[in-house]
Every structure is written in structure tokens, then in C-alpha cells.
Design a protein around this ligand. Structure first.
Ligand code: PLP
Length: 423
């Protein structure tokens, strides 16, 4: 007999997009080496970066005391004090922000940071009003969708789509739509920058304007910097990092090549950072401390900034260019209408197939049968409310990661173009 789950239990335990994506990713990365993994957001194994983490681990092992303390002690829920100090100083020096350890909290990954923030701020308020999280631009990260613990948690705005020469397009924030949505009483605004899935990077002007609008309405503005600034720096445009007391910035060590350490960071007001530390204590007592210890000296000697700028950014930018070349060649040969979002950051190409006669979930299934994993675009469009369904663009996009080996990416894209041409 099936167990009676609560409403929240059903919501969190349902078979959803992020579960399918992470299951597929986990299988492909462990037990199915024949799968061409253009699916999840796994970071690339960059040899120069891996060497650093290996060296750090060896140094910790050699210093038995440090290694033993790392494994045998719980950290305080907010994070390791040495890590918090070093991070605050790093953010002051790299970005010029007046950040102190009180402005920081470590979490078990950026994903958990966002779960905590959304539910700290959004949902039914003490006054009884339902306050939702406003996504100023969808498509937006698949991993947020099921994180709200009450129904109808997100409200989202469609973007303005600019068509560019050479089968390229770009999303821009529709500020009119954002202004209308803000009238409905929201808890916070949230963007990922760079955006997963599109590889869009909202311009400094767009981010500043959203920050001003959030300020005017007295609500926080969450910027998810999982791929962004100041680390890992997978941004190929001229964007600057932005933080102020009304911005809640989330960062992660994952895309620095450390997803296995599950280390996220919240940069916020002391009030919000303390609330996140309290939530960590309730949910998990403390954080994993391995990532914090691995990264500590790179924060202290500031080399994490240079690593991001000089190694990580050029690596992904080159991978992106390679994937774009392959994509334009393959789809050019296939003679199907297509466009790709301008690649400004993160690990993905966002492909738009305006004439696609089948759902992208069906295309995903057919491609999986041909040993190519992608992520169907439908998952990234949510919170659009009544009338959202009518927007056909949401059924015409696919997300492909270019972080895996170039030959895998080439083969995968060629198979996708071949499959689409047959439809
Ligand atoms: N935010 C975005 C936009 C992501 O793509 C991801 C992971 O892919 C995360 C947050 C969470 O990453 P992690 O929990 O590994 O820090």
C-alpha cells in the first residue's frame, strides 16, 4: 500500500525535471560511458584546475592535524570562521564590497542556498498574503521550479527576444512586464547570472535597473552567481559583479570543479545571513567542510580570482566557440530553421527550433535512445500563469552543455541535427 505523503512531501518527492536531469547525469557520469552527456551542468574536468585541488588535498593529508580536524569536527552552522574571514577579505579586495563575515553564510551547495532563501522570503506571510518569487526573465534555471514549499510559488515574465544575424538571438528583460508583476506584491526577485539555461548574461544596466526596482518595492534581489563573478567567472561578456545591501548573492564552489564537496555561499545582510545559518542548524546541523578547507588558501592568497579569469573563463569560452561552430555547420547542413542564444556565459548552448513539430520532451526521448542526453526546454518555463501555455517558444528549445570533451559535443550535436532533420 502506498504511504500517505503530506502535501509538502508530494511536492518535494515528485518526479520532476531536476530529478530526471540529475538522475540522467549521474548515470551517464558513472555507469554509462557510451552516453554522450550534453545534459546536466557538470563542470568540465580542467586539468590545471584538477591539479590544484589534488595538490591541496595532498597538502592537507601531509599535515595530519589539519586533515583530522577537517573530518573529525563539526563546523559552526554559518561556516568555518577562517573560511568566512578569508572570503570576506577576498570579496572586499576583488570586488570592493563592504562585506564582513556577518554578511556570509555557507550552505550545502548553491541549490540548498536557494531553497533556503526562497522559503525564508516567499510563501504565505504572517499577514496572510501569499508572496511569490518573481523571475524577471524566463527561461530560468530548472532547479528552482520545485523548491517553493507552497503552491504557485513563482511569478515570471517573458523576455523580449532580439533576433541577431547568423541564426543567433538574445533575450532582454521586459521591464514593463516586471513593473506589472511587482504590483502583485512579491517576496523577492531572482535571476541567475549567467542564466542557466540560455547562457544569457543580463547587462550591468539591466541588473542595476532590477536592483533599483527591487529597492523601490522594499524586497530583496537574489542573484544566483553559480557560474558567475567573482568565481568561477564563466562569463564571456563584459559584465561586472554587483552587490549591495539589498542584493542577496549566491555563489558556489561547484563550477570551480568541486561539485562533490557541496559548498554554497550566501552574501547578504547580516539578518539574512544569520537566518540562513539558523536554517542550516535546523536542517543539517553544519555544512560539509571539505570544500571550504580546499579553497581556503586560494582565497587567502587571492589566486582564486586569477584562476577564474586566466584559466576557467578562457576554457569555457573556447569550448563554447567550438560548440557553436559545430552547431552552425550541422544545422546548416540539415536545412532546418534554428537559432542559438548568444553565448555570454555558463556551460550551455540554448537552441531554438521554431518549426519543431514534436514536444522537446519527445525529442529528448528519441535522442536518449541514440545515446545523446540533452535537457528539454519546457522545464525552464514556469511561473507564467494563465496564458503562459500559449507561448509556443517554450516548446521549441533545447539545452546542450559544451563542458564535456569536444568529440562528444561534436557527435552529440551532429546526431541532434540529424534527428531534427528527419522530423
Ligand atoms: N544555480 C544554477 C543556475 C545552477 O545551474 C546550479 C547547478 O547546476 C546551481 C545553482 C546549484 O549548484 P550547486 O548546488 O552545485 O552549488
Amino acid at each position: 500500500m502506498p504511504t500517505d505523503f503530506s502535501i509538502l512531501g508530494h511536492k518535494l518527492a515528485s518526479r520532476c525535471g531536476i530529478l530526471e536531469l540529475m538522475d540522467d547525469l549521474g548515470q551517464a557520469m558513472t555507469t554509462d560511458p557510451t552516453m554522450r552527456m550534453l545534459g546536466g551542468g557538470n563542470p568540465a574536468h580542467i586539468p590545471a584546475v584538477q591539479a590544484i585541488w589534488r595538490e591541496r588535498m595532498a597538502a592537507m593529508l601531509a599535515d595530519g592535524g589539519a586533515y583530522d580536524r577537517m573530518l573529525a569536527n563539526y563546523d559552526a552552522p554559518r561556516g568555518n570562521p577562517h573560511f568566512l574571514n578569508a572570503l570576506a577579505e577576498f570579496l572586499q579586495a576583488e570586488c570592493g564590497w563592504a562585506v564582513k563575515p556577518e554578511n556570509l553564510a555557507v550552505t550545502p551547495g548553491g541549490q540548498t542556498a536557494l531553497f533556503m532563501l526562497f522559503n525564508l522570503l516567499g510563501g504565505p506571510s504572517p499577514s496572510g498574503q501569499m508572496k511569490r518569487i518573481l523571475l524577471p526573465l524566463v527561461p530560468e534555471y530548472i532547479g528552482y521550479e520545485n523548491q517553493g514549499t507552497s503552491a504557485d510559488f513563482f511569478i515570471a515574465c517573458r523576455p523580449i527576444i532580439e533576433r541577431l544575424p547568423g541564426n543567433v538571438f538574445k533575450y532582454h528583460v521586459d521591464f514593463e512586464a516586471v513593473a506589472q508583476a511587482l504590483k502583485q506584491g512579491v517576496a523577492a526577485l531572482c535571476i541567475s547570472r549567467p542564466t542557466n539555461p540560455s547562457g544569457n548574461v543580463l547587462s550591468d544596466a539591466e541588473v542595476q535597473r532590477l536592483s533599483d526596482m527591487a529597492n523601490e518595492h522594499g524586497v530583496p534581489f537574489i542573484i544566483d552567481g553559480a557560474y558567475g563573478l567573482p568565481f568561477p567567472g564563466a562569463i564571456f561578456s563584459n559584465a561586472q559583479p554587483l552587490w549591495n545591501e539589498n542584493i542577496v548573492l549566491t555563489l558556489s564552489l561547484s563550477k570551480l570543479g568541486l561539485p562533490g564537496t557541496r559548498t554554497g555561499i550566501v552574501v547578504a545582510t547580516p539578518e539574512i545571513a544569520a537566518a540562513i545559518a539558523a536554517m542550516t542548524a535546523v536542517i543539517g546541523l553544519a555544512n560539509t567542510n571539505i570544500g571550504q578547507q580546499l579553497a581556503l588558501p586560494l582565497l587567502q592568497n587571492r589566486s582564486l580570482g586569477a584562476l577564474s579569469r586566466e584559466v576557467i573563463r578562457p576554457f569555457y569560452e573556447q569550448r563554447s566557440q567550438l560548440a557553436q561552430t559545430v552547431l552552425h555547420e550541422a544545422f546548416g547542413r540539415a536545412h532546418v530553421p534554428y537559432a542559438v542564444h548568444r553565448s555570454e556565459g555558463a556551460f550551455f548552448l540554448w537552441l531554438w527550433l521554431p518549426g519543431l513539430p514534436i514536444a522537446t520532451r519527445e525529442l529528448y526521448r528519441r535522442l536518449k535512445a541514440r545515446k545523446v542526453l540533452v535537457v528539454p526546454g519546457e522545464y525552464f518555463f514556469y511561473g507564467l500563469g494563465e496564458g503562459g501555455e500559449a507561448w509556443e517558444h517554450q516548446r521549441q528549445c533545447l539545452r546542450l552543455t559544451f563542458s564535456q570533451a569536444p568529440e562528444i559535443v561534436r557527435e552529440g550535436i551532429e546526431i541532434i541535427a540529424d534527428e531534427v532533420a528527419k522530423l
